[in-house]
Ligand binder design. Structure first.
Ligand code: ZN
Length: 83
């Protein structure tokens, strides 16, 4: 199983919100990630991302990835704190 570390920085405009909305709409937010993925959060912490929508355990920045593109972890997007 491959391991990927992705780097994302939070910003005022969070494109991940749209992704999170879509994935939640179809009820797939808790779908496991297809591969082991770590998110290097903008707060400086790294955590293992286990499902399509989850959040950094340290700063609660939400990270979302579309079920349609979950096989490429580079598509993970920040969706905002506690989104
Ligand atoms: Zn964080």
């Amino acid at each position: 199983m491959s391991e990927t570390v992705i780097m994302r920085n939070g910003s005022e405009f969070e494109p991940g919100m749209e992704v999170a909305d879509k994935v939640r709409d179809v009820g797939l937010g808790d779908t496991p990630m297809p591969q082991k993925t770590y998110v290097q959060c903008s707060c400086g912490e790294k955590y293992e991302k286990k499902v399509l929508i989850d959040e950094c355990p340290h700063c609660h920045m939400t990270y979302a990835i579309s079920h349609a593109s979950a096989d490429d972890p580079q598509n993970v997007l920040a969706a905002g704190i506690d989104y």
